[in-house]
Every structure is written in structure tokens, then in C-alpha cells.
Ligand binder design. Sequence first.
Ligand SMILES: [Zn+2]
Length: 104
Amino acid sequence: MLDTPCKACGSKEKREVHHFHAEWADANGIDWEKMKLLHPSFHWETFQTAEDFIDSPYNMMVLCEKHHRAPNHGIHHLPYPDWVMQMNKLEGFVFSPDEVKRDV
Ligand SMILES: [Zn+2]
């Protein structure tokens, strides 16, 4: 995970980790029995507390700062189908107005 590039753009600049399947803010509301059904490949035999899942590599997604937290691009700011479009877009496709190159 230490050398993993951003999942969205492949950049290795300003990398952060995103809690993908479960965030700490939701820890008290998670039904772990449901999570076991949704994530059968997680090593549940090691699970004792919420931390074991939430801070596990299984739950982490490496993202650059832009695709994690930036307005118009960050996974914390966009609906998931919109966010994932950034991974699938054609070269040159303008996803957000801040990507328009302007002559100065
Ligand atoms: Zn990125």
C-alpha cells in the first residue's frame, strides 16, 4: 500500500488513504453482520472491534488529495457515479470546469 498510486488518476503526488467501505463517522451505526455478508473476502476471523475493519488495508483506498478531498473531484464531495467517471473519462474530456485550459 505504501507505493500504491491514486486509484482515480495514478498519481503518486499528495497521496492519502480513504476509508472506502466504512467511515469512522458511521462506526456506531454499522451492522457488522450485514458487513460480513457484503464483504466475504475480508478476514473476519481477525475482527474484534470496528477498528479492525475500518482501519484495515481492505477498507483503504489510496487517493491523491484532489480525488480524495478537493471540491469538484474528491470522493467526499461527489456522488459515487460522478466520482468514478473521472477514472473512465476519455483523454481530453472536461470533467469539471476547473480542468478547462485558459490562455493567459
Ligand atoms: Zn488522483
